[in-house]
Design a protein around this ligand. Sequence first.
Ligand code: PBG
Length: 324
Amino acid sequence: MFPQVRMRRLRSGKIRDLVRETSLGVDDLIYPMFVDETTDSSVDISSMPGVQRLPLDKVVDDAKEAADLGIPALVLFGIPKSKDAVGTCSYGEDDIVQQAVRSIKEDLGKDMVVITDVCMCEYTDHGHCGIVDMETEEVLNDPTLDILGKIATSHVEAGADIVAPSGMMDGMIGAIRNSLDENHFENTPIMSYAAKYTSAFYGPFREAADSAFQFGDRSTYQMDPANSNEAIREAELDILEGADIIMVKPALPYLDIIYRIKNEFKMPTAAYNVSGEYSMLKAAAEKGWLDEKLVMYESLLSIKRAGADMILTYFAKDLARMLK
Ligand code: PBG
């Protein structure tokens, strides 16, 4: 008790460094990239200052820049030149993500871990993450699983190091694991978007990935923001189906979920600091209301403190530069 105990004794100078419980480093970062088959030049994403959609021939340079900054991994999203109801352009050998993976791996090899987002929403004209029954507008779970297996396998054939399914279909991890194993990719890890919530914080991403849905919303497959126990069940099922890394998404409004999942499973845990979390800090900084570097650092540190081992963030290059 005070005055014998004084918490302030450990709060200054190098002592403060000695007692620090959490660290944030460049090794924790995964850099999201958008490769766009519909353009020849880089396109700014107005709702995400500093983020661009890149044509295929600019992707390698951007990935190299990330590697030079010491960032160990990137996650790739694709914007195809044509979309249809069943996402035909998502699993071909020469579709956009497959080409991008090949060129990045050719150039950077082991210097960059290439993760691919495995989902249908960027490739379907209706924008949903699965096959849709057009009469009832229902997103059909089981027919989608086959396609997810094909997409994942095509990514790994192109050279992807890790696949990251984000569509929140039941059984997707098992289906992808089976498909990879049948094709002798039993050593390729799956990073599952295990607890992915229906979130308005994805708003800017949908402009970035051109993946807005044409009807309904994603609430029949993404989780209700009100639920926490359900996230534990989601993670548990994905682990049983073979997920190697589990993800919580979004990150900042769901720090309690990151904390619970890390404590419950002790699995490698990722958190996705999503587009809305990025854009709101950028917007406030542009207005001069917040110090961008400080709030970026504090936000990402809080995600680590909650229990995440790695963070997918559009701030990856900014943070890496700041830490250099
Ligand atoms: C869907 C996907 C989404 C994001 C990543 N993968 C959007 C969605 O579910 O609508 C969002 C990422 C972000 O907001 O930064 N494949």
